[in-house]
Design a protein. Structure first.
Length: 293
């Protein structure tokens, strides 16, 4: 009996082990297939991310070719995409990396939309500014140039204006004035009575211009072709500007009325026509003329 019982027990154990091995084999095969499917899905997601990044790079290349205003910003954004694409290609697909790359792709797409909208707005602004520049070219051609450095700045004006961020001015007016003992300023059209020159204008609103302090300079040239006023020279990167008077204002992208009072030495205010040039830093942004009788 004991031998029969042992044989029976052994058969039962062998049967149980065989069943366990069969179940383990089934689960191993199932897990293997699932892992294989997961790897295939992750690889497909990786390939999709690479494709999306490649499309982004192509779109940036096209935008860079068409838009000179935003070249630097677009190039930097494209470089970040190229670096990310190289990273995707160099790493094996896994869930953590795919999730991180998917988040990065989402951020890059949002940045692309923002940059492309900004580029479109700059292109529209440049077109309008080019039209405005053409309408004022006749008046600008009559401006008296004092030096070769000023001629260089004038030639650069069109390029700066086209880039959509330069200050512009409108409603510029100049007149001779007297300052009474009370401090009241009154206009005078006679050279014999005028003591100073007052130049007033409006800085135009421009959302593309950086907010902050802006140095504004005025040149007043009398009928004898002499600069009157302070006659102080200021150095810029590639130019020297000699001005009659200056004013520093804080610009907040909205229309701003500004006046500059120019002192005149004895004998500088004579009869005839005066030329007035207005500068923002080294760049001329407007001009006008007035007469003293």
């Amino acid at each position: 009996m004991t031998t029969q019982n042992n044989n029976l027990t052994l058969k039962i154990l062998i049967g149980v082990l065989a069943a366990l091995l069969l179940i383990l084999g089934i689960f191993t095969y199932k897990f293997y297939n699932e892992e294989k499917q997961n790897k295939a899905i992750l690889q497909q997601e990786k390939d999709l991310i690479e494709s999306e990044l490649g499309e982004l790079i192509t779109k940036y290349d096209n935008a860079i070719a068409l838009n000179e205003v935003m070249d630097d910003h677009l190039l930097k954004a494209k470089e970040r995409i190229v670096v990310l694409l190289d990273s995707v290609k160099d790493n094996d697909a896994n869930l953590a990396l795919i999730s991180r790359y998917r988040r990065e792709v989402g951020k890059l797409k949002k940045e692309r939309d923002r940059l492309f909208k900004l580029a479109d707005s700059l292109t529209t602004a440049n077109t309008q500014l080019t039209t405005d520049l053409d309408s004022t070219s006749t008046a600008l051609n009559q401006t008296i140039i004092l030096s070769d450095s000023l001629q260089t700045q004038n030639s650069k004006l069109a390029d700066i204006v086209e880039r959509g961020s330069a200050l512009t001015a409108s409603n510029i007016k100049a007149e001779g004035v007297r300052v009474r003992n009370s401090g009241k300023i009154s206009g005078s059209t006679k050279a014999s009575r005028a003591e100073k020159v007052r130049v007033c204008f409006t800085l135009s609103p421009n959302k593309l211009t950086e907010k902050g302090d802006k140095d504004l300079f005025v040149q007043v040239i009398n009928p004898e072709n002499n600069l009157i006023g302070d006659k102080i020279s200021v150095n810029f990167d590639d130019a020297v500007l000699t001005y009659s008077g200056r004013n520093k204002v804080f610009y907040e992208n909205e229309a701003l009325d500004v006046c500059v009072l120019v002192d005149a030495a004895e004998g500088e205010l004579v009869k005839g026509n005066y030329v007035v040039n207005l500068f923002s830093g080294p760049k001329m942004i407007s001009n006008t003329q007035f007469e003293l009788r």
